[in-house]
Design a protein around this ligand. Structure first.
Ligand code: BGC
Length: 886
């Protein structure tokens, strides 16, 4: 028996690991098996595994067809290609024109430079979306004017006469929807259809619902909520920004086994009523009255009572409907309550140990009419009491009214909260931690980066950066997730984009958001402060905010090698640059409103000539130059030489104007701040000969503040990068390891579990910063993550998308080890180092179909002898050593 087991495990390990070459993780437009692809030529990608070092792809074969089983035998193929090429990422589909609402199956195999051919990959698929003309469903709403705060229910019972082979449902809403078929939830996405610039784009989702249907009688039940469409969004209690009528559009396409089809649409045959959701709002939370539940209304056996009325058809059109280009929002980590306790004020509060975004699932049982209220807070005040003043006008409260039956589990449907603590009021009896669970809810992005060090505080910082990202990547990149704001602030997003792309796969997430950047951009090229834009037309055009329109496409191109993003955004990038030019005189952009270096350090007692206040127009001139530089870079990538030439000249003039206006002949800047020097150096504003002295001035400034940073949103992302670039990585480490305010580790020492909006959200004496702007979950300052991956761990690229990799870790900060891993479009890059007995020991992993240049901090030791510091390797795992004291 034991022998048989050994034999079996031998053979199974041969089949898994014995393969020299393999393909895995197939992607279409960055996504896995997407169901609503709009692109005419979707781009396909795969990763390669190899048991041999130095593996490069030399060619690939692809089969695409409409018949899953036939694909292996070459039946019904629409593309069958054998191509000599090393391209394995974003390979454009090259077959026959694609049809709409069709599933395409595909597989790939590759050849390598060692003469191996991989087996065919598993069969994966993508599905094309609906064209505007394919929609036969009609928009439906409640019969009367949609003025109730209650959530409407929409129901349809129908018969399927034959055996169902497959079924796909296409669904979207004005507002938010939650759909059920035969009592079972359609999909596991939340807050759908997601938030876009609704006036320009509305996403629909596609679900394979084959498993939810049955031959014979079926029923669909959908609930609608206000969401961003109709609820409160933006400032001044603004409601109904996009429209006042919640509506549903749903098209269920059923294929029978006999080859015939049936379509079930939203139309005048649907009925509507109201259910238990009495009110729901993104900022304010939800009120759910279980006594109003209509038991079984989403199933066939339900008989509609008199409250059900025929729906109203509304003309809303289908022109703006788009498929998904990013992930939907899903449930992720679940946190148990660590404890439930009484605060000094006598309130009952639960602590989940992590500031997170999502909601609490509550189990409760009690007499009918019992009203339980859950309020949410990020922090407790100095005295240990529940603190919500920093939520401003957001109620962030979920209320459940019991119906008096057995224990029931409650959770909200059309809202979310940012919180670590929950206050429970009205619970019948004692509430125990087991009755509560906090669910983290955010866009379903794959985790791509890991980073850990020998320093526990730094590890907590990395944790906080990741949780700042999770909490604020809820369909759009938001500034904060808790107060009455939660908007797609462009400045915050651009500051954090590079770090975001290390931590998680944000290619789809930003592709989707950038479409709205373009859509909401003003005709004159000006870019709103927030995207989707829910503010006024005047709220646009701030330096470092509007530049999200150039910075993020470029950053995504670097991270994923996706020229398509540059292509799609190029006009928008150029329009923003041209807008700045139109507002400039003599090449100086010194007009308009700017936020400047938002939330920089403001000492109360700064009377010795140092300062952290940076001239706003000086900042604007730097970002102007940077955006022009990015436009030139993009023009190079896309082969637009005319544009390149024209903007090269403009860039020279912008820099000359900067030097004349803001720098003394000796190289001193008119604002003697960290941010001024950081931006001047990061964006190459100064003549070469004056850069080193400027970097020295930056170092002096940091030293004069006792190794503290004083930068705000705009200077912070580049601070350590500039120090490293000019040979001052030791100073960058001094800043990073600084534990007192202002610094990255100060909030960590104060118990933060996310990144704070302000360097001193909680002051050393335990008191709070001003409540009108004091979020404890604001990712901008987490932008240091990019430097940590690039410099501490040393994971960089020499060509976009990590086809060319550079691994160049720089030790410092008294760290004895750092270990990081990044899942790139080619596979995993890893860099782990430790210092032992004066030796720096580095282990790297390089994925197939890439090359890496490895640069050590000192000459590499090979069999005891020293060689150069630099070496180039192909794929595989390698170990290096060098002596650090050299
Ligand atoms: C937001 C910021 C944003 C800023 C603009 C704030 O209210 O929370 O993060 O960038 O306004 O200055």
């Amino acid at each position: 028996m034991k022998f048989l087991f050994l034999l079996l495990s031998f053979f199974s390990s041969v089949s898994v690991f014995g393969q020299k070459l393999g393909v895995y993780d197939l992607r279409v437009e960055h996504l896995e098996n997407p169901l609503s692809v709009d692109a005419a030529k979707p781009r396909l990608g795969w990763k390669i595994s190899s048991s041999l070092k130095n593996t490069l792809q030399t060619g690939y074969e692809i089969r695409v067809g409409t018949d899953e089983k036939g694909i292996r035998s070459g039946k019904q193929l629409v593309w069958n290609a054998s191509v000599k090429s090393d391209q394995s990422v974003l390979v454009p589909y090259g077959g026959a024109p694609l049809k709409s609402k069709q599933r395409y199956y595909w597989q790939v195999r590759v050849k390598d430079n060692h003469g191996n051919t991989s087996p065919w990959s598993s069969v994966q698929y993508w599905q094309t979306g609906l064209q505007a003309g394919d929609w036969t469903a009609k928009w439906i709403a409640v019969a009367e004017k949609d003025t109730s705060s209650r959530s409407p229910l929409m129901r349809k019972a129908f018969d399927l006469k034959k055996r169902v082979k497959s079924a796909t449902v296409y669904v979207t809403a004005k507002g938010l929807y939650e759909a059920y078929i035969n009592g079972r939830r359609v999909g596991d996405s939340y807050l759908t259809p997601g938030w876009t610039s609704y006036r320009n784009h509305l996403q629909y989702q596609v679900y394979d619902v084959t498993g939810l249907l049955q031959s014979g009688a079926n029923a669909i039940g959908v609930t609608l909520g206000d969401g961003w469409y109709k609820g409160r969004i933006g400032f001044n209690h603004q409601r109904r920004f996009y429209g006042d009528t919640r509506a549903l559009l749903m098209q269920l396409e059923v294929a029978y086994t006999d080859g015939t089809k049936e379509v079930v649409n939203t139309d005048e045959s649907w009925l509507s009523s109201y259910g238990p959701i009495v009110a729901s709002d993104v900022y304010d939370g939800e009120v759910y009255d279980a006594r109003q539940e209509k038991t079984g209304w989403r199933t066939v056996s339900y008989t509609a009572d008199a409250s059900w009325k025929p729906v109203r058809i509304i003309e809303k059109g289908t022109e703006q409907l788009v498929g998904m280009s990013g992930p939907t929002v899903k449930k992720h980590e679940v946190f148990k309550a660590l404890k439930v306790f009484k605060t000094p004020a006598g309130e009952t509060v639960a602590d989940f140990g992590q500031n997170l975004v999502g909601w609490v699932v509550l189990k409760a049982k009690g007499p009918a009419g019992t009203k339980i209220t859950l309020s949410h807070a990020e922090v407790l005040d100095k005295a240990g009491n529940f603190y919500t003043t920093n939520l401003r006008s957001a109620k962030a409260q979920n209320t459940y009214i019991l119906k008096g039956d057995a224990e029931q589990s409650f959770e909200p449907h059309f809202t979310f909260q940012g919180f670590r603590y929950v206050k429970i009021e009205g619970y019948p009896g004692e509430v125990s931690p087991e009755q509560l669970a906090a669910v983290a809810v955010y866009s379903a992005m794959e985790t791509t980066g890991k980073l850990s060090t020998s320093n526990a505080l730094l590890n907590q910082l990395q944790h906080n950066i990741q949780w700042g990202q999770k909490g604020n990547f809820v369909d759009v990149p938001t500034d904060c997730p808790q107060r009455d704001e939660r908007l797609g602030w462009t400045g915050d997003a651009q500051a954090f984009a590079n770090t975001a792309a290390y931590n998680m796969d944000v290619a789809g997430f930003f592709t989707k958001w950038l479409k709205d950047v373009k859509a909401d951009q003003h005709k004159n090229g000006n870019v709103p402060f927030v995207i989707p834009d829910v503010l006024t037309p005047n709220d646009a055009g701030a330096a470092g905010w509007a530049d999200a329109s150039t910075i993020i496409p470029w950053s995504m191109y670097q991270a994923y090698g996706d020229k398509g993003i540059l292509e799609a955004q190029f006009d928008s990038m150029k329009a923003w640059v041209d807008f700045m030019t139109s507002r400039s005189k003599d090449n100086l952009w010194n007009t308009g409103f700017h936020f400047g270096d938002w939330l920089f350090y403001r000492p109360d007692d700064d009377n010795d000539g140092r300062a952290a206040v940076t001239d706003k127009y000086m900042i604007a001139q730097c970002f102007y130059a940077n955006s022009v530089q990015i436009l030139i870079n993009a023009a190079k990538v896309l082969g637009k030489p005319d544009i390149e030439g024209k903007y090269e000249d403009l860039l020279k003039n912008i820099k000359t104007a900067y030097v004349q206006e803001y720098m003394t002949p000796g190289g001193r800047l008119i604002s003697s701040t960290q941010t001024a020097y950081v931006l001047a150096l990061q964006f190459d504003m100064l003549p070469e000969s004056l850069r080193a002295q400027a970097a020295d001035r930056l170092v002096q400034n940091v030293r004069s503040y006792g190794n503290h940073l004083t930068t705000g949103f705009l200077g912070t992302p580049y601070l350590c990068h500039v120090l490293s670039r000019f040979g001052h990585t030791n100073v960058a480490y001094d800043l990073l390891m600084q534990e007192s305010y202002p610094s990255w580790l100060y909030p960590v020492k104060m118990g933060a579990t996310t990144i704070w909006e302000r360097w001193d959200g909680i002051k050393p004496d335990g008191s709070f910063q001003t409540p009108n702007m004091n979020s404890y979950n604001h990712y901008a300052y987490g932008a240091i993550g990019d430097w940590m991956y690039r410099n501490m761990a040393g994971i960089n690229q020499s060509s976009p998308g990590y086809k060319g990799i550079v691994i160049q870790p720089v030790p410092g900060g008294k760290l004895s080890s750092v270990s990081a891993e990044l899942s790139t479009p080619y596979g995993s890059v890893a860099s782990a180092w430790k210092i032992e007995d004066g030796l720096f020991k580095l282990r790297v992993q390089v994925p197939a179909n890439t090359k890496a240049t490895v640069i050590l901090p000192a000459p590499i030791l090979k069999s005891g002898a020293e060689t150069g510091t630099t070496t180039t390797v192909g794929s595989g795992v390698y170990e290096f050593e060098c002596r650090l004291d050299k």
